[in-house]
Structure formats: structure tokens, C-alpha cells
Design a protein around this ligand. Structure first.
Ligand code: ADP
Ligand code: MG
Length: 383
């Protein structure tokens, strides 16, 4: 990929890049819809990602090109920018905006991006391009940002410059991921640890349902509100800042306070899902992938029945996986209502899996899913 990118760079700009970078996408292995309840998430970096090649120019401009989009743009170096429409280059431009508030760059830059993350399907190509840009600028100009500042800056760009209200998980995972490690992260406190996640004879299959996530935003807000209702009612008897301060046992003592059965289902998912992340970390520590896979299925079931954020497309994928022996665990990942599912698939079965899943899915849903095979990869780095 690097060689290809270098020759494309040469073709576009007439000179070679000075430096090249890679930043992955991410999946959340387990711990869904609990980040906003003070719970744990367990993302990992994947081997799909965004490549970025850069070279200085003497024209005092930033040139944005991507092999994924036709629009190209050039901006004079200045101390601040504003978002100008929906075009892709606003993502890296937002990073310049943040960085130029504090630093003056000595030269302009020619930039070329290429990504093989399916865009807009929840694998966080947006965090990947933001972190790629921030990491590259910090590295190339020796700006002195420390490790944690890069994902925080990228998140700020997504929240304020792009206007998408995301948490820190995505930027964190693509910045800090490591090969064969999962990240156990509390998104509130930013406390995290890396746990060994050697998939051994298994790969991570990523299945894009190709279902647009239209409902995701409104339902997301609805779920946040339902969790707040649960928290408020539980606080009549105990003092809680977040639902995830309770484990299942303690929750059982107070759950009678929750009056609405739907809210009770939501809170039950949250508490059990957080417990499952702890169990999943334990299973990984013990090298017990079978148990890890079981927890993935349990997570999906809970997101389907209690949290009601899956939908027929994601359910079809997981139903197929549950009946397909070389898969030991599968679940939706991300906000739900579409986007991607993940599965732990025995190596060597990729072709058979793709064929049989496609037949099953097309018969059920009417159009095909897209399947990607990935490993657990590294976070942002120079290559
Ligand atoms: P995702 O779920 O993939 O993060 P988003 O809608 O949040 O979806 O972000 C996708 C946007 O990020 C794209 O529409 C584009 O503007 C930008 N982007 C991601 N990858 C690239 C790339 N390789 N080149 C140019 N822009 C990219
Ligand atoms: Mg995104």
C-alpha cells in the first residue's frame, strides 16, 4: 500500500512524499451503549485504515487530496479556519485549525490521503483521518503534543469543527490500539488498560450490513434519556452518578424503583453489558476465546431484546453466525440500526463464510452485505 501511495503522490504532486503515516479504523469488541453510562468499552484497532503521505511545499499552502473523493482543495496557511460545506477535507482542515491556534507552521504541506475503511459504516473513518492528520503534524513538525493530547484534539475537531457529538472512544482506539491487544477504556475517566487479545486461529470478520444508519441518531438520544430516567429513579434510594456504578447484584436490590418497564429493560442491558466487559477481559486474560465469543452473542441478544437497537439486518448476520460452526462469537458493533457486525471466524473459512453468509443475507434482506477480514492492528504510526 505504501509503495502505491508514494507513486500516486508522485503522480499528483510531481515529487515524492517526505513522510508516510498509517492510522487504523476501529471496532468495539464489546461494551455497547454504556459509554454514556460511565461503563467500560473494549475497542481495538483494525488493519483497515487511512494512509497519509506528506511533503513540505514553499507555496505557503495546504493542499488536500484524497484517493477516495474527487474534491481537491488548497488553503493558504493562516491562523484559523472555518468549516466550508460538507466536503471531506474539513476533517483534516479542522485539525489544522486546532493546531494553528497554538503553533505556526514553517512551511506549507502537500497531502495525500487514502483509506480502505468503508466510509460511514461505523468503523470510524472520521476518527482515523483526524488522528492521522494530528499525529502526522505532531510528528513531522515536532510539536510536542503528548500521547493523550492527540485523540483529545481529534475529538475536539469532530465535536466543534465538524459538529458531530461523539465521545472519545473512536479517537482513543485509533491512536492507542496495538496489535493483538484490546483496550478496556472508561470513557468518563479516560482510565484504560491494554489486554492481550491474541485471536490465535481466528480472524475478525467485519460485516457491513449496507443498511444506512438513519434511525441511529434519534434512537440514540432516546436511549440516553431513558438511562437518565433510570438513574434519577434509582437515586431516590442510593447515590449514583452513573448506572454502571452498580453491578447486577446491587441493581437487583433497587431496580423496583424504576417504574416504566421499557426503562427497566434499558437499565438492565446497561448493567449486564458492563459486567460482560469485565468478564470478557477476564476471558481474554485466560486465553478463553470460546467464552469471549459467548459473551459477544450475549451482548447482541441484549442489544436486540432489552436495548432494541439492532434491526433485521444486524440480526440476520448474527443469526447466520450463530448457526455457522467456524464462527465462535458475533455481535453488532457501534450504535446499531445498521452499520457493522463483527464475528470471530476460524482462519481458512473466509471464502466459505462469505459465500454462505451472502446467500443467507440476500435471501433475508434483499441486498448483499460487504465482508472484510481484519486482524487486530496497530494505532497511529509513521510507516
Ligand atoms: P464513519 O462511521 O466512517 O466515521 P463518518 O460520517 O463519521 O463515518 O465520517 C466519514 C467522513 O470522513 C467521510 O465522509 C469523509 O468526509 C471523511 N473521510 C474518512 N476517510 C477519508 C479518506 N480516506 N479520505 C477523505 N475523507 C475521508
Ligand atoms: Mg465517524
Amino acid at each position: 500500500m505504501k509503495t502505491e501511495l508514494i507513486s500516486k503522490f508522485l503522480e499528483k504532486y510531481g515529487h515524492e512524499p517526505a513522510k508516510n503515516y498509517f492510522t487504523p479504523g476501529r471496532v468495539n469488541l464489546i461494551g455497547e451503549h454504556i459509554d454514556y453510562n460511565g461503563g467500560l468499552v473494549m475497542p481495538c484497532a483494525v488493519t483497515l485504515g487511512t494512509w497519509l503521505s506528506i511533503a513540505p511545499n514553499n507555496d505557503n499552502v495546504i493542499r488536500f487530496k484524497s484517493l477516495n473523493f474527487p474534491e481537491e482543495q488548497e488553503f493558504e496557511l493562516q491562523s484559523a479556519y472555518t468549516k466550508t460545506g460538507p466536503e471531506w477535507y474539513n476533517y483534516p482542515l479542522g485539525v489544522f485549525h486546532e493546531i494553528l491556534k497554538k503553533h505556526k507552521l514553517p512551511v506549507g504541506l502537500d497531502l495525500l490521503f487514502f483509506g480502505n475503511i468503508p466510509i460511514g459504516s461505523g468503523l470510524s473513518s472520521s476518527a482515523s483521518i483526524e488522528v492521522a492528520m494530528a499525529y502526522a503534524l505532531n510528528d513531522y513538525f515536532n510539536l510536542g503534543y503528548d500521547k493523550i493530547e492527540i485523540p483529545l484534539l481529534a475529538q475536539k475537531v469532530e465535536n466543534e469543527f465538524i459538529g458531530v457529538n461523539c465521545g472519545i472512544m473512536d479517537q482513543f482506539a485509533v491512536a492507542f490500539g496495538e496489535t493483538d491487544k484490546a483496550i478496556v477504556l472508561n470513557c468518563n475517566t479516560l482510565k484504560y488498560k491494554l489486554v492481550d487479545c491474541n485471536l490465535g486461529g481466528y480472524s475478525l470478520a467485519i460485516i457491513n450490513t449496507n443498511k444506512p444508519r438513519k434511525l441511529a441518531e434519534s434512537k440514540y438520544n432516546e436511549r440516553v434519556a431513558e438511562c437518565q430516567t433510570a438513574l434519577k429513579q434509582l437515586n431516590q434510594e442510593i447515590t449514583l452518578h452513573n448506572l454502571c456504578e452498580l453491578n447486577a447484584e446491587k441493581f437487583a436490590l433497587h431496580s423496583h424503583l424504576i417504574t416504566d418497564p421499557t426503562v427497566l429493560k434499558r437499565a438492565t442491558h446497561v448493567i449486564r453489558e458492563n459486567d460482560r466487559v469485565n468478564l470478557a477481559a477476564k476471558a481474554l486474560n485466560e486465553g478463553n476465546l470460546t467464552e469471549f465469543g459467548r459473551l459477544m452473542y450475549a451482548s447482541h441478544q441484549s442489544l436486540k431484546d432489552l436495548y432494541e437497537v439492532t434491526g433485521p439486518e444486524l440480526d440476520a448476520v448474527v443469526e447466520f453466525c450463530a448457526g455457522y460452526e467456524p464462527v465462535i462469537g458475533a455481535r453488532m458493533t457501534g450504535a446499531g440500526f445498521g452499520g457493522c457486525a463483527i464475528a470471530l471466524l476460524k482462519k481458512g473459512q473466509e471464502e466459505d463464510f462469505a459465500k454462505k453468509l451472502t446467500d443467507f443475507y440476500v435471501a433475508r434482506v434483499g441486498y448483499p452485505a460487504a465482508i472484510y477480514i481484519s486482524e487486530i492492528g496497530n494505532g497511529a504510526s509513521a510507516i
